[in-house]
Design a protein around this ligand. Structure first.
Ligand code: ATP
Ligand code: MG
Length: 418
């Protein structure tokens, strides 16, 4: 029976008391991105499984361990999206958006699904806000994406979140770096975890992303990708930084960032919040992906984007004491005694609502005393009591719940609420 009253592990309800914060965060992020020309795209919750294994990379944790994959009734393998980039790329290809005016700029606000161990900001269903920019290979595009990430964080009061950036180079740089990594990790074969030994064979870069503390300790001494960048990639990374500096966008170069997904090339970054006790919270991440569109069968097209985890953003905002706009309270509660007064209260409430004023009236057949108690609970700004006398006079008293002050108020079309 507990299954009927307990949500599945790793999921969570967003209650009416919390949804205002979510709406505020989501609308602020979408609005900020819109200022940079990003328009929202809405994609399906599930896709063909192959889309993710091909794009995210089948040696990544996401694909190897975390996907919600199932066979549907038509015997097709489908997967609940673990992230947004693959679906957006698929949609852009399917609808020919990449053949239109470039750069293409889109934003998304989605739920994602990963079969992870829940706890400390980790869920099995979570929310991501993200953006993608297609068609621009220039460092200018990288800087614009980083500027937008910073701007989004600042807009919600998280200017203290640090942009940690790195470059993963191009295929050529990666080849040489991979060799160096294999050479380095070879010495530690006896100490690496089983998964990392496998990674060392299939995708050595992934060892740097292992969450196992012992592996992390070994990875800390690994050679830095920045020492293996070719001239072009070095120049690209330098130009990105020069532009950030020029625009006053704070960042820190962090050569250990590799990101959890395989499609990245050149610039990658994470948005990191450090709590007072030194805990590192990754609120989001992103980067440039050169090969993704091609991998999916399109013409070579550069892409760059980021995704932010909204649960972690909200938790960080709360920890940092960021302000949220107050919820819109009930402006007026129309209390009534008796049936005809109740009908009048309903009519007046409808009238006020059409005028854009939030108004409520009794739906429970409660006593006046109980209605007043309820109005208090709602934190109604004003209350009008409608009884026989008031009905006859067509006028009542509007009471401010703040000051207790009363003023006469008409109980017909002439009703005016401050
Ligand atoms: P992590 O290293 O924390 O596992 P990741 O590299 O898997 O993160 P991305 O795939 O880049 O994360 O997703 C972008 C953001 O989405 C993360 O920075 C994080 O804020 C959020 N996120 C990722 N996985 C989860 C999850 N299981 N629950 C809640 N938020 C998540
Ligand atoms: Mg992860």
């Amino acid at each position: 029976m507990a299954y009927l009253t307990t949500a599945p592990r790793g999921t969570k309800d967003i209650l009416p008391s919390e949804s205002g914060r979510w709406q505020y965060l989501e609308s602020t992020l979408l609005r900020t991105a819109a200022r940079y020309g990003f328009r929202e795209i809405r994609i399906p919750t599930f896709e063909h499984t192959e889309l993710f294994s091909r794009s995210v990379g089948d040696t990544t944790d996401v694909v190897q361990k975390e996907m919600y994959t199932f066979t549907d009734k038509g015997d097709r393998s489908v997967t609940l999206r673990p992230e947004g980039t693959a679906g957006v790329a698929r949609a852009a290809l399917e609808h020919g958006l990449l053949g239109d005016a470039l750069p293409l700029k889109v934003s998304y606000n989605i739920t994602c699904f990963r079969y992870e161990k829940p706890g400390s900001g980790r869920y099995r269903e979570f929310h991501q806000f993200g953006v993608e920019l297609y068609g621009a290979a220039s460092p200018a595009a990288d800087s614009e994406i980083l500027a937008l990430a910073y701007h989004c964080l600042k807009e919600v009061g998280l200017g203290s979140v640090v942009l940690e950036i790195n470059s993963l180079g191009c295929r050529e740089c990666r080849k040489r770096y991979t060799q160096a990594l294999i050479q380095y990790f070879d010495r530690y074969r006896g100490q690496l975890c089983g998964t990392c030994l496998e990674r060392l064979e299939k995708n050595p870069l992934r060892v740097l992303d292992c969450k196992n503390p012992e592996d992390q300790r070994i990875a800390a001494g690994a050679p830095s990708i920045l020492d293996y960048l070719c001239d072009n990639c070095q120049e690209h990374f330098r130009e990105v930084q020069a532009r950030l500096t020029e625009a006053g966008i704070p960042y820190r170069v962090e050569p250990t960032i590799v990101r959890g997904l395989d499609y990245y090339t050149r610039t990658v970054f994470e948005m990191v919040h450090t709590s007072p006790n030194g805990e590192r919270v990754v609120c989001g991440g992103g980067g440039r992906y050169g090969g993704l569109i091609e991998e999916l069968g399109g013409n070579p097209t550069e892409g760059i984007g980021f995704a932010m985890g909204l649960e972690r953003l909200l938790a960080t905002m709360t920890a940092e004491g960021c302000g949220f706009p107050p919820e819109e309270p009930c402006q007026v509660y129309l209390a009534s005694m008796g049936e005809s007064a109740g009908v009048r209260a309903f009519r007046l409430a409808s009238l006020l609502r059409e005028r854009g004023i939030s108004a409520q009236c009794d739906l429970m057949g409660r006593s006046l005393k109980a209605q007043m108690k309820y109005a208090n609970k709602l934190k109604a700004r004003y209350v009008v009591v409608i009884g026989e006398d008031e009905l006859q006079k067509g006028e009542g008293l509007l009471k401010s719940m703040d000051t207790g002050e009363t003023t006469p108020v008409r109980l017909d079309e002439g009703i005016q609420i401050p």
